[in-house]
Ligand binder design. Structure first.
Ligand SMILES: O=P([O-])(O)O[C@H]1O[C@H](COP(=O)(O)O)[C@@H](O)[C@H](O)[C@H]1O
Ligand SMILES: [Mg+2]
Length: 580
């Protein structure tokens, strides 16, 4: 489309925001953008509408159809209300609403509460900030038809978001996501019922936290280890987010007595003043936690992202140096521990399963299958893990996770759960300590047992409308000009989840990929066992590349060598693809 057409569309949409239905400040902002000779801001704010991505709506706060504000939150909630009322006619309905520490999160959650209540839907509104997984739990516990949490997770402070959930506590998947979007598109600003009905809103407080924490405790598999190692020195940082109270409370509830939170980062703050990025995936986010861990010579350091669903783990290596585990390694440790303990406790009766995402290490599948556990592969997003639980039932679910620093050890939440995961990881640390081992040595043992795998994720940021186009072009280039070999190793298999086609590049044979929906993901499998995945992020303006390389490892002493070998291979792949 010509640039002028884009500007025209943005202008037409912005002109509607001059209507009296919008508040004065909003109208003034729209007017300012319309009058500005530089049309960049106008186009970025109005050309697109915020779209439901991996984690619901996520965008920069401000005025416009492509921005998070009370009108986009309002339209989303009005549309969601209409859909709930349509799907569950003639019955009493409730939803649950939570929010994180960001600017406007409380305002947006109250806005949403008012709108749901005005549409005849009872609302359970958390009194103050709470982690995403607790909200997911609340939907199930309180029999709600849906829920919303106002958060942009670990995104920069300018962002906010709207994660939308269905009655099983999972974020919306097809057909509900598409149906809700259809309803939202029909909403005119004059349709939004902003005037709340207070008697339809019930506030959830600390009593409910207790219910959640009690449920989290049911995940414990080695209480005797905690009894013995209760003074395990744990450092935790909530990175200014929602877990500042509940993670330490949960650790205490499990029996830990030596918990140290990073004081400066235990103050909720939407500016995230002590970190450049409040994302446990970014090593810099761990700086203060590791300073404290070194100072007190801790056993374990953990971090949660602001909405309390992601977890980051740092452990000491054999030389006593702190190292960060990647999301795959954390996932590997959880999977092996849960399987091993459940076996010892005679809790595996057959038919148990785990779930991972396609960009997560294949080693999880190896661990599962060698232990007769089924391993399902799904797209990125915990909603897809929850989708399997919906189909297979929660009974046989032993936990599931992904490379992106998240784990869900129980089926009582249907989203990744930083509160449960931190408590369970602390238990694992106690359990290995009781055996005079460390988490680091445990990880090495797992590699020696099942085979070594090294993973790395890199991303390229491309912001705004032009950035999105660039990302699209990069995907198309990989899709249509697939390299025949990468780092001197032939590409033997290509999977394209947009056409749901797997192509054996040596024989040309094509097979169908068994997924119900399509997704813009490409995967290349090399003859040397490496796996490369590429996809545009659904939550941030990024294109993500995931690498996985295997290496031989006969025993734990070969760990460093195997790591070097696989890392060198990943370096060479990245270089060959000219990504760095
Ligand atoms: O951001 P969060 O913590 O809500 O997490 C959400 O986004 C992550 C990143 O997604 P993407 O790669 O599409 O950006 C996903 O891995 C995760 O499953 C999802 O729940
Ligand atoms: Mg998050």
């Amino acid at each position: 489309m010509e640039n002028n057409d884009i500007i025209k569309i943005a202008r037409n949409k912005a002109e509607k925001w001059l209507d009296k239905a919008y508040d004065e400040k909003t109208r003034a902002e729209a007017k300012r953008m319309l009058e500005n000779t530089d049309t960049t801001e106008l186009v970025e704010s109005f050309y697109n509408d915020l779209e439901f991505g991996t984690g619901g709506l996520r965008g920069i706060m401000g005025v416009g159809t492509n921005r998070m504000n009370i009108y986009t939150v309002g339209a989303a909630t009005q549309g969601f209300s209409n859909y709930i009322n349509k799907m569950f006619p003639n019955e009493k309905k409730a939803v649950c609403i939570g929010h994180d520490c960001r600017h406007n999160s409380r305002l947006f959650s109250e806005t949403a509460a008012n709108i749901f209540s005005a549409n005849g839907i009872h609302v359970y509104l958390f009194e103050d900030l709470r982690p995403t997984p607790e909200m997911s739990f609340a939907i199930r516990e309180l029999g709600c038809k849906g829920g919303v949490i106002l958060t942009a997770s670990h995104n920069p402070k300018e962002y906010n978001g709207y994660k939308a959930y269905w009655d099983d506590g999972s974020q919306l998947v097809p057909p509900h996501d598409k149906n809700v979007i259809e309803e939202v598109k029909k909403v005119q600003v004059s349709d939004i019922k902003f005037e709340g009905v207070p008697k339809m809103i019930t506030v959830l407080g600390t009593d409910f936290d207790k219910k959640y924490l009690d449920k989290v405790k049911t995940l414990s598999l080695s209480p005797e280890a905690i009894q013995k190692e209760h003074d395990l020195k744990i450092v935790f940082t909530p990175l200014h987010g929602t877990t500042y109270e509940l993670v330490p409370a949960s650790l205490r509830n499990w029996g830990f007595t030596n918990i140290h939170t990073v004081p400066e980062q235990s103050i909720p703050d939407g500016d995230f003043p002590t970190v450049a990025s409040a994302n446990p995936e970014e090593p810099a986010a761990f700086k203060m936690a590791l300073d404290l861990a070194r100072k007190i010579d801790a056993d374990l350091a953990m971090a949660c992202d602001p909405d309390g669903d992601r977890i980051g783990i740092a452990v000491k290596n054999d030389a006593g140096e702190w190292t960060l585990l990647n999301g795959n390694q954390t996932n590997i440790i959880f999977t092996e521990y849960i399987i091993r303990r459940k076996k010892e406790l005679n809790q595996l009766k057959g038919g148990e399963y785990t779930v991972k995402t396609i960009v997560t290490t294949e080693l999880i599948k190896d661990i599962a299958e060698k232990n007769h556990i089924i391993c399902y592969d799904v797209y990125t997003g915990f909603k897809w893990i929850a989708d399997v639980i919906r189909k297979e039932g929660g009974e046989k679910f032993i936990g599931g996770g992904e490379e992106s620093f998240g784990y869900m050890p129980g089926a009582f939440t249907r989203d990744k759960d930083g509160v449960s995961a931190t408590s369970l990881m602390a238990e694992i640390a106690a359990w290995v300590k009781m055996q005079n081992k460390t988490l680091y040595s445990f990880l090495k043992e797992i590699y020696a047992k099942y085979g070594f795998s090294q993973e790395r994720m890199i991303y390229i940021v491309r912001k705004g409308l032009s950035g999105a186009q660039e990302i699209k072009a990069m995907m198309e280039e990989f899709r249509h000009n697939t390299p025949k070999e990468i780092n001197h190793s032939p590409v033997v298999l290509k999977k394209d989840y947009l056409s749901l086609e797997a192509t054996n590049l040596q024989t040309g044979e094509k097979t169908h990929l068994n997924f119900e929906t399509k997704s813009d993901v490409l995967q290349f499998f090399l003859a040397d066992g490496s796996k490369i995945s590429v996809r545009p992020s659904g939550t941030e303006p990024k294109i993500k590349f995931y690498f996985e390389a295997r290496a031989q490892m006969k025993d734990v002493n070969e760990y460093e060598r195997a790591q070097q070998e696989a890392n060198a291979r990943i370096d060479a792949i990245i270089k060959d693809l000219k990504l760095q």
